[in-house]
Ligand binder design. Structure first.
Ligand SMILES: [Zn+2]
Ligand SMILES: [Zn+2]
Ligand SMILES: [Zn+2]
Ligand SMILES: [Zn+2]
Ligand SMILES: [Zn+2]
Length: 475
C-alpha cells in the first residue's frame, strides 16, 4: 500500500483558496510577517514600497500610551462609522473624501481599507499602504488586529490564531494542529483514498489501524480489538461477518452471481469462516498457495486438512474486545480438486464478499481444469471477478453481465444486510475496489490490470478461453 507523505506548503496568492496545495509544489515556509513598532514620528516617515514589504513596519495600538499626538487615543470603539464621524467632525479633511492619491502632499495618508484620509492620529504602515488602526482587520474574524505580529496570505491579513485555524491542518487522529518538522514545514501523512491526514508520529506510537479500511483510530472513536492483533473500526464492524452461518447467504449470493455469468460452480465447496491463526496454518499446509501481502484473508484449499472454524460469533465485551467465540475442529476431506474455501472472520460484508468472489474463482479455475497458471494470470483474473462483484454491489444499475433469471435469484437470496445499503457501506465498497485497482504487487495488482484490460477488450468468456489455451492474457 502506498502511503503518501505530504508536506504542506505555505500559502501564496495562487493557493489562497486551496487549503492543501498539490504535492509537487516546492515547499515554502509558513508565511508569518513580523511587524515591529515604529519609533520614528509618523509624519516624518516617508514610505517606500520595498521598505513596507520587507519590513512591514506597523505602529501598533500597543504603543498608544507612548505619548504621540493622537486625538482618539484610547478609543476602543469598534463602530467604524461612529469613530469616523467623530474624527471628521474634529479634523475635517482638507480635500474631498476620495482625492486621487498622486495629488496629495506626502504628509497626507489615505487608509488602505476605508480610503479616507488618516489625520494626525495613530496609523499603521504595512503591506505597502497606510491604515487607520481600527481599519486594519482580520479577514477571518473581521476584528481589528492589534498584535504586533500577524499573518499574511496574499494581500490579506489575519490574526495569527485565525490564520492557523483557517490554514493549519489538524490531525484527524489526535485532533491537534499537525506540528512542524525540523525544517519548519508542516509534514503529515495522508491516506490516498480516505484522505485522512495525521501526524507522522502516529505510525509508530501504537495507534491502531482498521484491518479492513486502513483508517487510523481517531481519539473520537475507539476501535474494537478482534483479539488476534487486528482492530476494526466501528463502520467496518457495522456490517462485519463474524461466523460461518452468518456468511452462508453471502456465499450463496456469490455462487448465484457466478451462475448468472454462465460460470456455475457444480461442486458444493464447503466454506468456513476462520480465525487469523487457523488461516495462516492452513496456508502453510498448502503446497502451492499464493500469499497475498500483507496478509492472507482467504484461501482456496486443495489439500486435506483439519481446520478450526468459527461456529458461533463472538460478542463485544467491555474494553472493546470480543468474547465467547465458539470454534469447531473439522476434518476436510477432498472430494474434488477443491477441498474448501476459508475466509478470515470479522471483515465487513463487502470485503468478505470480495474475498469470497476471488477464492471462488480459484475454485472455478481448478474445477474447470485450468492448470499451472502463472501467479499473475491466476491472481489477476481472480481479482477481476472480485472487482466485478464489488461493482455490482456498489454501483447502482450494475448487475451481472449475463442472464437475468439468475440475477433475480441472486438479489432475493442475498444477505439481509444488503437491503438498504448505507452510504458508508458503499464508500467502503468503493475503497475495496480502489485497493484492487491500485495494488502494487506484480501478481495481484499487475495481474488485475492486465486481466481487466483483456476482459474490457475481449470480454470475460473469450479471455478465459485464451487463458485456457495459452496460459496468458490475450493482448
Ligand atoms: Zn480607515
Ligand atoms: Zn481574526
Ligand atoms: Zn496527531
Ligand atoms: Zn474500518
Ligand atoms: Zn488468490
Amino acid at each position: 500500500m502506498r502511503w503518501l507523505k505530504k508536506i504542506l506548503k505555505g500559502l501564496n496568492n495562487s493557493t489562497l483558496n486551496e487549503r492543501f496545495p498539490r504535492a509537487g509544489d516546492g515547499p515554502t515556509r509558513y508565511p508569518v510577517i513580523k511587524t515591529e513598532s515604529n519609533n520614528s514620528s509618523p509624519d516624518e516617515r516617508t514610505r517606500t514600497d520595498d521598505e513596507d514589504l520587507d519590513h512591514a513596519m506597523a505602529l501598533s495600538l500597543a504603543d498608544k500610551d507612548a505619548g504621540r499626538p493622537n486625538g482618539f487615543q484610547g478609543r476602543q470603539d469598534d463602530d467604524d462609522d461612529l469613530s469616523r464621524a467623530i474624527r471628521e467632525s474634529l479634523n475635517p479633511p482638507a480635500y474631498p473624501p476620495y482625492p486621487p492619491r498622486q495629488f496629495l502632499p506626502t504628509r497626507y495618508k489615505i487608509c488602505g481599507a476605508c480610503h479616507r484620509e488618516i489625520g494626525h492620529g495613530h496609523y499603521l504602515s504595512c503591506m505597502g499602504t497606510f491604515w487607520h488602526p481600527q481599519c486594519f482587520r482580520c479577514y477571518a474574524c473581521g476584528l481589528q488586529i492589534c498584535e504586533k505580529e500577524f499573518s499574511l496570505s496574499g494581500t490579506r491579513q489575519y490574526h495569527r490564531i485565525c490564520y492557523k485555524e483557517l490554514y493549519h491542518p489538524r490531525c484527524d487522529v489526535c485532533l491537534n494542529f499537525i506540528p512542524t518538522n525540523r525544517e519548519g514545514l508542516i509534514e503529515y501523512r495522508a491516506h490516498p483514498f480516505w484522505h485522512q491526514k495525521y501526524c507522522p508520529s502516529h505510525e509508530h506510537d501504537g495507534t491502531p489501524r482498521c484491518c479492513s479500511c486502513e483508517r487510523m483510530e481517531s481519539r473520537k472513536a475507539k476501535y474494537i480489538s478482534l483479539g488476534d492483533g487486528r482492530s476494526l473500526c466501528l463502520e467496518c464492524l457495522d456490517s462485519a461477518i463474524m461466523d460461518t452461518g452468518d456468511c452462508q447467504p453471502l456465499y450463496h449470493g456469490i455462487r448465484d452471481y457466478y451462475e448468472g455469468m454462465n460460470m456455475k460452480i457444480d461442486q458444493q465447496i464447503p466454506m468456513l469462516l476462520v480465525e487469523r491463526q487457523a488461516l495462516n496454518e492452513a496456508m502453510e499446509g498448502e503446497k502451492d498457495g499464493h500469499r497475498h501481502m500483507p496478509e492472507t484473508r482467504g484461501l482456496c484449499l486443495s489439500e486435506e486438512q483439519t481446520i478450526s472454524s468459527i461456529l458461533k460469533k463472538p460478542r463485544i465485551g467491555s474494553h472493546r474486545g470480543l468474547l465467547g467465540m465458539k470454534t469447531q475442529q473439522q476434518k476436510l476431506v477432498r472430494r474434488c480438486e477443491v477441498t474448501a474455501i476459508l475466509i478470515l472472520y470479522g471483515l465487513p460484508r463487502l470485503l468478505t464478499g470480495a474475498i469470497l468472489a476471488h477464492e471462488l474463482m480459484h475454485g472455478w479455475l481448478r474445477l474447470k481444469g485450468f492448470r499451472n497458471l502463472s501467479p499473475e494470470v491466476e491472481e489477476g483474473i481472480c481479482q477481476v471477478l472480485s472487482h466485478m462483484w464489488l461493482e455490482s454491489e456498489v454501483i447502482p444499475g450494475t448487475s451481472m453481465p449475463s442472464t437475468s433469471a439468475a440475477g433475480a435469484a441472486s438479489s432475493s437470496s442475498s444477505h439481509p444486510k444488503k437491503a438498504g445499503k448505507s452510504d458508508t457501506e458503499k464508500k467502503l465498497g468503493e475503497f475495496f475496489m480502489h485497493q484492487i485497482m491500485h495494488d502494487t504487487s506484480p501478481a495481484y495488482g499487475g495481474g488485475f490490470r492486465a486481466a481487466n484490460a483483456a476482459v474490457g477488450k475481449y470480454g470475460l468468456r473469450w479471455t478465459l478461453e485464451h487463458i485456457r489455451h495459452t496460459g496468458r492474457f490475450p493482448l
